[in-house]
Design a protein around this ligand. Sequence first.
Ligand code: SAM
Length: 229
Amino acid sequence: MTKIRPDSRLLSASAYVRQGGFLADIGTDHAYLPVYLCQEGIISRALACDIAEGPCLRAQKTIKSAGLTEQITVVQTDGLQGLEDKGISDITICGMGGELIASILEKAPFIRDKNIRLILLPMTKVAALRLFLSENGFLIEGETLSSVSGKIYTCICASFEGTPYTLSPFALEFGAHLPASPSPLLKTLMEKKKRDLKKRIEGAKKAGKDGEKDTLLLNEIERYLYDCR
Ligand SMILES: C[S@@+](CC[C@H](N)C(=O)[O-])C[C@H]1O[C@@H](n2cnc3c(N)ncnc32)[C@H](O)[C@@H]1O
């Protein structure tokens, strides 16, 4: 039987899946995440879901070679469509852009349920995803950074609470619950953002604009890093 060994990105998502949960992995592709979680005994059943046929066939292959066809069902569907009555407790959506993840969540009213845990790992546009979560009353319960081949990924764990709230531009960019002292990965992320902002501010100045929002964010990053010294 093939044993799955996920990289640290997928491991960071797997750590939020609850013991004994019924998982739906959306955009599963090879189904590595649900197969790993079953092999580790964290879950005993899952839906491995993808919009496209090729990934569904790949998922089926991984599941078969792991001997898990009784535990994991492949579902070809767009996002969470058709999954409303399945009794899912945990949902992972990893490896898509933040805006696509937000649109998948938006189209699935059944996830507005405090018992359903969302585990979201966007490849891009993390701030757009945090904005969607805050404006729609999903509480961000935890976040984890991971790094693969020099690229840093954010995993967000959230669930519906019902009250929309506001996150500052700084919190949208880096997270709602920042540590008193930044981890090396968070520091790297902030240093990269500082470089990007400086370039944009420079460009804005050349175009005769003030770049005020970017300057405020840059100042806030510098203040946070200074205070954490
Ligand atoms: C880059 S792969 C990510 C695979 C795996 N989740 C990971 O993080 O390693 C993205 C997958 O999302 C699927 N996908 C894109 N849009 C989707 C949607 N609206 N609903 C379900 N799956 C989708 C693609 O077909 C593709 O297999």
